[in-house]
Design a protein around this ligand. Structure first.
Ligand code: SF4
Length: 484
């Protein structure tokens, strides 16, 4: 048997290392991260399960093309710093992607180890890539006391880039442009930078201090943040050009929550998912005006939707003390688009899943407060345009469940205000901005990427768009007259 086959067999015989996490009974009483993460020994063993495939299908499947086998080659010998740097070569937010990406559909879904049969005839899951990425980069920040800074700050180019939206795409553009030496200002609607990373992702999935540290890092690179600013109303793209921006990046995301269009959506106690998550997970100065009031004590909560945002809502509801939390979804679990890991965590925490069920109306009392939800049973018919089997109502199957809180988590759309207030900027009827492969829009000097281009998608796809657009911006600025 060739030596290389021996090495692969030895690596395949290493057992998967479990990722320690808080016990469900304990974690429902706090908002701390669910996963404790690997320790160094387990991380080294887990990294040694990687068989170092020359074609690296995991890297191919990663939207930012992380050199995963390269990082694991360092990690398995204990060189955490080099492993973390390898992830940072292609990703601005590896500790966040390691926690938030649906790895089972990306890198881990492509990992050869997940398909291989071990020498003892068993097969084992893919290498736990995401949590190793988080381990390496967390450990590096802990050692350095923050994100690694470049050895030398670049010479200022004299050019200015304005970024609209401090979510994953905008933050990546800001870092890449600041590293070139452009001055960068980010305009953000929310009171704090981070976008969905702060205002959408609950602490039990990712602690906010990771985002705070990254913002501190960007400030150290010279990036300026202007928060509580609604671009299109408080300042326009035209104003930014007039104030000296050479290029503008639009990374406004997709933050407009879809509605059911059923009776009772305006009742007190019925929330759009983001409003519920903001009020349930944030405090103090992070809270935007209108959402400062803490949520009242919950008893029966209904969450409508089956994606990751719905799981964030149900798990937040459990932590806020609701006695019963129901996740209502009109198809079956097989059609759910969110992460299986999140549904597993939600089930462990006591969430009740009502599949093949559609809310038909939300019922209130005389004070205008929600008291119950009418639900109807569904069955699956032929596939619809999404390729998933379409749900059909079963007549006469309606029933009522009590509810003092309802969260609607059925997807997001883009805000049309920037396309409406920017001349020459082409957007489609869903307000999604049209771009070319380098992120250029139809308006010269304006670039875009992330959810306001693609529709609601992943943190990592927004990040990949941001990096591409930063390259496009730099190429565009190189073509401008020099400014010092
Ligand atoms: S596919 Fe899996 S085994 Fe192959 S290089 Fe990537 S992580 Fe390693």
């Amino acid at each position: 048997m060739p030596e290389s086959t021996h090495i692969v067999q030895r690596r395949l015989s290493v057992s998967v290392q479990p990722v320690p996490k808080q016990d469900a009974a304990a974690r429902v009483k706090n908002f701390d991260e669910t996963y404790f993460g690997f320790d160094l020994n387990a991380a080294k063993i887990e990294a040694s399960r990687c068989i170092q495939c020359p074609s690296a299908p995991c890297q191919e499947a990663c939207p930012v093309g992380n050199d995963i086998p390269g990082a694991f080659a360092f990690l398995e010998v204990g060189d955490i710093e080099a492993a973390a740097d390898k992830f940072r070569e292609t990703s601005n937010l590896p500790e966040m992607c390691g926690r938030l990406c649906p790895q089972e559909k990306l890198c881990e879904g492509a990992c050869v180890v997940g398909f291989a049969i071990r020498p003892d005839g068993r097969n084992e899951p893919a290498v736990t890539i995401g949590k190793l990425e988080a381990f390496c980069t967390d450990s590096q920040r802990k050692t350095l006391g923050g994100y690694p800074m470049p050895r030398y700050l670049p010479e200022p180019t004299g050019h200015h880039v304005a970024v609209v939206g401090a979510g994953p795409a905008g933050l990546a553009v800001a870092e890449q442009c600041a590293l070139i030496g452009h001055s960068v200002t980010i305009y953000e609607f929310w009171p704090e930078p981070g976008g969905v990373l702060v205002y959408g992702i609950p602490n039990f999935k990712m602690r906010k201090s990771i985002v705070d540290d990254y913002i501190t890092h960007l400030e150290a690179l010279g990036v300026t943040f202007v928060c509580n600013t609604y671009v299109g109303r408080d300042i326009t793209v035209e104003d930014m050009f007039a104030q000296g921006a050479d290029a503008i990046f639009l990374g406004t995301g997709a933050g407009v929550g879809n509605v059911m269009e059923i009776e009772g959506e305006g009742l007190k106690g019925v929330h759009k998912a983001t409003d519920f998550l903001v009020r349930g997970n944030l405090t103090g100065e992070s809270l935007p005006s209108g959402l400062e009031e803490p949520l009242p004590k919950l008893t029966n909560m209904v969450v409508i939707g089956g994606g990751d945002t719905a799981m964030d809502c149900v798990r937040t509801g459990i932590r806020l003390g609701a006695e019963r939390v129901m996740c209502v979804y009109r198809r079956t679990e097989a059609e759910m688009l969110g992460r299986g890991e999140e549904r597993k965590n939600a089930r462990e925490e006591g969430v009740e899943f009502l599949m093949l069920t559609l809310p038909t109306r939300i019922i209130g009392n005389e004070a205008g407060e929600v008291v119950s939800v009418e639900l109807q049973k569904m069955e699956l018919g032929a596939p619809d345009a999404s390729g998933r089997r379409a749900p059909k109502a079963i007549k006469g199957s309606e029933y009522i469940v009590p509810a003092d809180c309802v969260a609607i988590a059925i997807g997001y759309g883009a805000d049309p205000i920037v396309p409406k207030t920017t001349s020459g900027l082409k957007a489609d009827r869903k307000a999604l901005v049209q771009i070319d492969p380098s992120g250029r829009t139809s308006r010269p000097g304006v670039f875009a990427g992330g959810d306001n281009v693609n529709g609601a998608d992943l943190v990592v796809t927004a990040l990949a768009d941001g990096r591409r657009a930063a390259d496009g911006i730099n190429a565009y600025i190189r073509g401008l007259p020099k400014r010092r």
